[in-house]
Design a protein around this ligand. Sequence first.
Ligand SMILES: NC(=O)c1ccc[n+]([C@@H]2O[C@H](COP(=O)([O-])OP(=O)(O)OC[C@H]3O[C@@H](n4cnc5c(N)ncnc54)[C@H](OP(=O)(O)O)[C@@H]3O)[C@@H](O)[C@H]2O)c1
Length: 262
Amino acid sequence: MKRAVITGASSGIGKAFAERLARDGYDVVLVARRRERLESLATVLRDTYGRRVDVLSADLTSPSDLTLVEQNIRDDSSLELLVNNAGFGKIGAYGDLDLDVEDEEIRLNILALVRLTHAAIPGMVARHRGAIINVSSIVAFLPVPFLATYSATKAYVNSFTEAIHEELKGTGVKIQALCPGRTHTEFHERAGINTKNHPSKGMEPESVVNASLRALQRDKVICVPGITNRVTACIMSLLPRALLRKAAAPRMRKLTAKIARP
Ligand SMILES: NC(=O)c1ccc[n+]([C@@H]2O[C@H](COP(=O)([O-])OP(=O)(O)OC[C@H]3O[C@@H](n4cnc5c(N)ncnc54)[C@H](OP(=O)(O)O)[C@@H]3O)[C@@H](O)[C@H]2O)c1
């Protein structure tokens, strides 16, 4: 028996991970706040793949809920894969954004990921097997104006993951920072991003998951899914940082334009 815990499994990339891993023979634990969504996904996965599916409805920015999920991970002797996927961003000039929401973003994108990674590693190392996928973003490679907190949280995730990757050498445990570009999920609507002005066509979450699992097999620590995203990441690594962030500012400002609602 092998089990995967997926945070943010109620939509988007997390839901695609849950579907794919159940299909690949994993029992899955689905974590997010929207219980009904998780329950209906659980029913589909049980009926379709005959796997054991557990639902953990938790707000990972709440210390008590986070402790419960940590405990669940620590106690799970069959845990093979942890996907730290839950995350969000808010677009806007930093001074105009709601500070409590920025605080919540840091707690979810960084603190929850850091704590759940810590809960998973000792058991995996003791069993000489297992893997952690930390969902980061292509914005991790650049300080992004109008997404200052979000891009900084994802830079943290990359740095943290790359460092632990070296620590885990020889233990049989893998870790990856998955850095998608635009992906068709609920992310942009939640972030307030006007996708009409978005320069990228975007990818489907299933393709992102596919690329991540392929890269994990090769123990690749940074996975940028999709050729267009890889070229973009490569250009970003070659050009001077000051030039890049200057060029990014007017483009990002366009994405802050209010979305007209019917
Ligand atoms: N879509 C993109 O273009 C893109 C690009 C790069 C990176 N990413 C990253 O991909 C990851 C997944 O995002 P997505 O694109 O799939 O967006 P999404 O569809 O909005 O999914 C976000 C998931 O996180 C969960 N979540 C949010 N706040 C939570 C909280 N406080 N506690 C527990 N779960 C919470 C949501 O579930 P509930 O609301 O039910 O709690 C949902 O399942 C994020 O880390 C995001 O930063 C996305």
